[in-house]
Design a protein around this ligand. Sequence first.
Ligand code: G6P
Length: 606
Amino acid sequence: MCGIIGYIGHQQAIPFLLDGLRRLEYRGYDSSGVAVKNGDISVHKKTGKVADLEASLPTKVEGTCGIAHTRWATHGGVTDENAHPHCSADGKIALVHNGIIENARSLRNYLEKEGIKLRSETDSEVLVHMIDREISTGAKPLTAVRRTLKRARGTWGICVVFESHEKIICARNGSPLVIGLGSGENWVASDTLPLQALTQQVIRLEDGDLAEVSVDGIKTSRFDGRTTDSEVTSLDGEWGEAELGDYPHFMLKEIHEQPEALRQCLTGRLDLKNGNARLGGLGLTAKQLQKIPHVRLLGCGTALHASQVGRLVIEQLARVPTVAHVSSEFRHNNPVIETDAIHFAVSQSGETADTLAAVKEIQLKGGEVRGVINVVGSTIARQCGRGCYIHSGPEQSVASTKAFSNMVAALSLFAIQIGRARSLSREKGKHLVKSLQKVPQLVEEYLANQGPIDEVVDLVKDAKSVLFLGRGISAPVAREGALKLMEIAYIPCLAYPAGEMKHGPIALLEEGSPVVVVAPNDSLKEKTVSSIQECRARGAKIILIHEEGDSIAEEADISIPVPATDPMFTPMLTVLPLQLIAYKAALALGCDVDRPRNLAKSVTVE
Ligand code: G6P
């Protein structure tokens, strides 16, 4: 969703701002804009891609201080006026905002009564006029911003520049801001990706923080005016390359990074000798693990599907009741929270508003939540305080791939750890740990020999709809395959547990209907064969994802084998062809693979 980049220093701002905007494109957006200060402030905004903004800029936009924004519309349509930055009436103050101002309507009424004309339909614009009013009463920039935010309700990450002050004022509440530290220059951004090539030293603002960023320093303070010492952290040690390299798309790059991503997740966490796993960051002793009444997992989209896989692995290996919840539903259903249960918030970005709201609901009711998160230092990771990072490296394609595999791997590690603290034997534990350790190698083998994906693409790309089926641990994998194909190729997809197919979706089947079946060699395979036959009897074409050497291949119209593994770990292999089918179908249909329409990478609104 919306992204922010700002620069103040001794170099021209515009190259940093445009490069930063390009690096923020992955979050999803529909317009962008810049404000650069050179005596007065010049503002340029455009709907469409960052390239459209760039093309619309005058040849020279000079100035060594500026702010820029990618907007994903929430309040008001996709228009140049609604794009950020927004300016005060005299153009002497410019502001960019991520988040939602919930009382924008009443602030707008107040401003209009005072004779101020707003130019956009956005909730954000009210802030810049409120700040302007404070400035006109003689307030300094920081005070003006603080007083304005005291009257605002909602979430914000804002950056403000003033014609007559050499600084950027930033504030955070619910929408992340990170300050990158340079020598005689500093940057501000809504995530660390645009900063990685510029600096390794960052300050992550906390909710309720304000910061004055100038050429030679950063001063941070709290909402109530107290000054604070902010912790400088290093970006070193986070693996993965944020550049595209030789790949045509981030999605393909990230699919191929899965073996390395899985190794990063598993390294140091497998105890081969004792058949155990170690997730030290969870802060749970074997004694505590023995007493846990149940486990609850929360996530959205792909993270939800990974949670649904994790739920089954945990329940199977640890024999402890486990449920996966849709985060966006959770807090509205007044959930009963047992304070000695384990809750996990599962999220790649660590910024998803629905999951964050669920975390807060659990904490409010006295429960503890641990994060299963990719982005280090993200809002949910910090709100939870404890947990385990999945170490996927930067994921920029909206369609999540390597994060899914690593979430499943991390939850599998937890399943082994809690299992061993309860009834899982050392022998079984050893077998599982060994199998898990081999998964990255098997993923590599599959990616080197992917099977007839192009044939599948020919079958699905013009289909009215595609049905995905799987049983047990493969049911959430089928859902993930359907989500991928729908998200990036815009083909209507339906995913069902295979046994439930005959209770409804069977009505859709006609001659040639494509049905993707995920059927690894587990105890449910025979049952899935019956579902395949029911589909074939209605003329459906079966695309079968199965394990190498399994005679179930005979049931397929198109057979895609993946390397065999322990039944608990098949999702990390069976998901791979589904990711490739979606990727290649989107390409065949001419879709924008990495930036599908209407979607955002991290959804920071509920
Ligand atoms: C958005 C993205 C999905 C993602 C979901 C959860 O809807 O489009 O790809 O799976 O958010 O994101 P998270 O960052 O919490 O894993």
